[in-house]
Ligand binder design. Sequence first.
Ligand SMILES: *Cc1c(COP(=O)(O)O)cnc(C)c1O
Length: 419
Amino acid sequence: MEKKPFVTLSQIQEITRTYPTPFHIYDEKGIVENARKLKAAFAWNPGFREYFAVKATPNPYLMEILKKEGIGADCSSYTELLLSEAVGLKGSDIMFSSNVTPDMDFCKAAELGAIINFDDLSLIDDYAGIAPFQETMCCRYNPGGLFTLQNEIMDTPKDAKYGMTKEQLKEAFLKLKAHGVKHFGIHAFLASNTVALGYYPKLARILFELAVELAAQTGVHIAFINLSGGVGVAYRPDQEPNDIMAIGEAVREVYEEVLVPAGMGDVAIFTELGRFMLAPYGMLIARVLHQKHIWKDYVGLDACAANLMRPAMYGAYHHITVLGKEDWPCDHKYDVTGGLCENNDKFAIDRMLPEIENGDYVAIHDTGAHGFSMGYNYNGKLRSAELLLRTDGSVKLIRRAETPRDYFATLDYPGLERI
Ligand SMILES: *Cc1c(COP(=O)(O)O)cnc(C)c1O
């Protein structure tokens, strides 16, 4: 599918009069439309709820937009809980899916009344010494082995640090039941960024069958199944985006086949999507600073891997549009780089693009999730601003760019305090 930026060159020229590049910009209209589509896809399940994975894009203004659509927060750390609290989420609006959890984080989650998702059996004993058990609690499952879809290996749960074995899960439920817990959830995250329609339905079947088995063995009430994240987006132009309506329908079929006949037709479906909710609705906008032509042709941007780590870290593809040159032929081959002293600081390698001049603006697509949030300060590079393109076409600064003062803020050193 053709990948079109949600802003034009003239919009960017206008915006950069106030906010210089680089920055991430998010599209409110796209975010809201997509959130409504997800809800429609699972409307057959009265208890359905999406908990946005805060780690994907921890910005309270974006969380607020999602909250207006009825979406909660999936947190994994103390600061993510603070963000959720700040946007007015509490109680069952928050899912706390952490691992290697510090006591302080459990305390905060309990104080907010969040639904706590235990990653390990041992954490239940830890928790018992920290906070009271709630009526509804959740446990994370790891089936081990390989996770395959149509004979293709999608991921290897046997090598994943998350979740409990089936035996442990059973023991956990009995332990929690003894602590007075009344309603139970089961969670699993078995493959990331899936674009095959089959991921959620296959995961749902595994968890639904497990739920039926555990309910029979332990006599507990399973209140929800949390399908977690993992529904992917089409980063490449030759990929088809996920059809969320078809995914919702396929999960419904498994639900009717497995849960309803077992008398478990009251089970709510939860999701914890991050990437699917925001990735396509964010872009990193950068400007071409320099070009060099040695053994290859390089285009150097004012953004670097510190603003978007996925290409350097995973070799991930992010589509690039040279703004204003959307209709030009892509007849030049470039490596598009940032300025880190790291040779993996490349947004694209051997990418066919229109002829580029210094000063051109480029849009790096699909940075709305796991983009800004994975940023870092290596080489003293500063984190960029985040902007929101509102539904009415106006632009709001939702996070200012860092300054050297922010970078030095944790140092107490003469000569740096006056910067
Ligand atoms: C990262 C994460 C998610 C979100 O994953 P996406 O791939 O962004 O959908 C959801 N739940 C948990 C527990 C996670 O760690």
